[in-house]
Design a protein around this ligand. Structure first.
Ligand code: PAF
Length: 283
């Protein structure tokens, strides 16, 4: 498997592939790869000749230094896992911070038409500036035909679609369904660092989202929200940070339901000091 740490060397290699008329898919990750990432890689391989997987824990998208330090870094295991998918058609780009940021570890400031201020944006100051900065840089380095993002980070996906549109980046963004463990927990690299006690408690998150979806069929957004908040209060191991029923396009909280709009429920939960997010389509 080809592995690059340097963007100039990666660019040469990609240019040579493109010169042969081959298409490039791209799966950006922060490593600690799991089956959710592999589902994105497999989707990429089904639509492209080559898939580039970047593995980079991006410092500028962490609003909390402790979270950045704790984030799992497992490059060798990640490469071995990718080899089980393909040794020849996957390229790994695992840069050091300097290769991306030089000596200036700072975010660019973006306006994503207000998408960045809702939910994660409200609770994680500067997070989407960091995501926008890294994704824009990686897209400029890799120059893929298609790039793949999971719907677990649904707000991130909408913001990246907006980023590409606003900055005229020539790539097609593909959103991929959330990959879940058998007990319903959305796959996340952070799941690996849950204690066993918290891992046993967290399937409650998706179970509650599924019931909220059923309730939303007949009840108002406010009454569903109150019901969800009450359920979490009864869970000593989980702390609800937010639950929001929002318009899928604007990500603004729904005030009055309309049959012409689509909605999603979004949740952020602390299991001990590990923060997890999830969401579900409601209609
Ligand atoms: O979703 C992630 O893992 C990250 O936010 C991304 C898109 C790789 C940017 O660092």
């Amino acid at each position: 498997m080809k592995k690059f740490h340097n963007r100039t060397e990666l660019s040469y290699h990609i240019d040579a592939i493109k010169a042969k008329g081959k298409s490039i898919g791209f799966v950006p990750t922060m490593g600690a790869l799991h089956n959710g990432h592999l589902s994105l890689v497999n989707k990429g391989l089904s639509q492209n000749d080559i898939v580039v997987v970047s593995i980079f824990v991006n410092p500028t998208q962490f609003n909390n230094q402790e979270d950045l330090v704790k984030y799992p870094r497992t490059l060798d295991a990640d490469v071995s896992l990718l080899k089980t998918v393909s040794d020849t058609t996957i390229i790994v780009y695992a840069p050091l911070v300097e290769d991306i940021y030089g000596g200036n570890i700072k975010s660019q400031s973006f306006n994503f038409d207000g998408l960045e201020r809702e939910m994660e944006g409200a609770f994680r100051d500067g997070h989407f500036d960091g995501v926008g900065t890294i994704v824009k840089r990686l897209l400029e380095i890799v120059k893929p035909d298609y790039a793949y993002f999971g719907e677990k980070d649904f707000q991130q996906l909408q913001i990246i679609i907006k980023l590409v549109e606003l900055h005229h980046i020539p790539v097609k963004i593909i959103g991929c369904a959330i990959y879940r463990a058998e007990d319903g927990l959305a796959m996340s690299s952070r799941n690996e660092i849950l204690t066993q006690e918290h891992r046993d408690a967290v399937p409650f998150i998706y179970k509650t989202l599924k019931t909220a979806k059923v309730k939303f069929g007949t009840k108002s957004a406010q009454s569903v929200t109150e019901w969800v908040e009450k359920q979490f209060k009864q869970q000593p191991l989980l702390e609800l940070e937010y639950f929001s029923i929002a318009d899928t396009k604007t990500l603004k909280p729904v005030k009055r339901k309309s049959t012409k709009k689509t909605y999603r429920a979004f949740v952020a939960v602390y299991a001990g000091d590990i923060r997890l997010i999830d969401n579900i389509a409601l209609n």
